[in-house]
Design a protein around this ligand. Sequence first.
Ligand SMILES: CC(C)(COP(=O)(O)OP(=O)(O)OC[C@H]1O[C@@H](n2cnc3c(N)ncnc32)[C@H](O)[C@@H]1OP(=O)(O)O)[C@@H](O)C(=O)NCCC(=O)NCCS
Length: 277
Amino acid sequence: MNSAKITARWAFNVSEWNPSDKQYNQTLLCVQPEESERIKRFKFFNDSKLALAGRLLTRYLFCKVYECDWREIRLGRTKENKPILLKPKALIGGNKYVNFNISHHGNWVVLVAGENCQIGVDVAEIEKFSNKTIQQMFEIFKDQFSEHELSVMTTPQEESQQLHMFYRHWCLKESYVKAVGVGLATNLKSIEFHLSDEERENFFTVDNSKIINTKTTVYINNKPQRQWKFEEMYLDELHLVGIAYCGLNNCEDCSNIEIDGFNKIELEELLKYSKEL
Ligand SMILES: CC(C)(COP(=O)(O)OP(=O)(O)OC[C@H]1O[C@@H](n2cnc3c(N)ncnc32)[C@H](O)[C@@H]1OP(=O)(O)O)[C@@H](O)C(=O)NCCC(=O)NCCS
């Protein structure tokens, strides 16, 4: 049995990237044409930057960790739209199967990668939906959360803590769905998260900003799936991130994976290996 490992937990803050038009267009040439075309279609520049940074971070992963040349990397998508590696083939078979996942929201793009495991990530900016109260947010998403989850999320007295609870469950659910790669065609209510009692109160404060919650269990159709592991942490006061992973085909062992925080990647580093395609 190959043991699973995590090779990247990286985050890039797009608010610190303010390229000129010329620099931006040059950077667009460093991703596959079908992706640059997609990225150009976004209405808001911030959304384009997030999507572009996601592609750059993925290519940076294969150059930095797996010593590929920028131009030999070929990325594709599954029919559910999940980005996957197509080339080099040596990294998607044999003893080493590299998986990765991207998420972006607010100012942050995050990437996680692992070997011999399924892995998914979700970052969320903790904000109320415009013109909605927290009660209305729970009402809108009541079909996505179970009775148990709704009761846990609404337990804190303070509204701000309910909001954090909402996003904790959101990130957990999305990270799991993204690790499995099924996209939206899933009954989200049947994927139920149980936070451990001791980690329930870990909301963001400066003192506990480095805490990583790891004791959550997922239940699928009421059955615990203990082979699935979760990490949840704050990137900053307003951004929460969840990671889900499980050995490939449920058989590789994830129990020795070292828990760690996210490494923040600077722009110069992100572009270090980039080349025009
Ligand atoms: C598409 C989806 C996989 C993630 O969407 P999201 O949370 O809006 O966006 P994120 O930033 O976390 O993820 C987007 C990235 O995930 C990756 N992705 C896309 N489809 C994916 C899939 N089927 N599986 C895994 N990853 C996927 C892509 O890299 C994508 O970015 P890119 O297109 O720029 O490359 C999907 O789960 C979704 O649309 N969810 C909607 C939100 C919702 O209703 N959530 C309820 C939670 S309770």
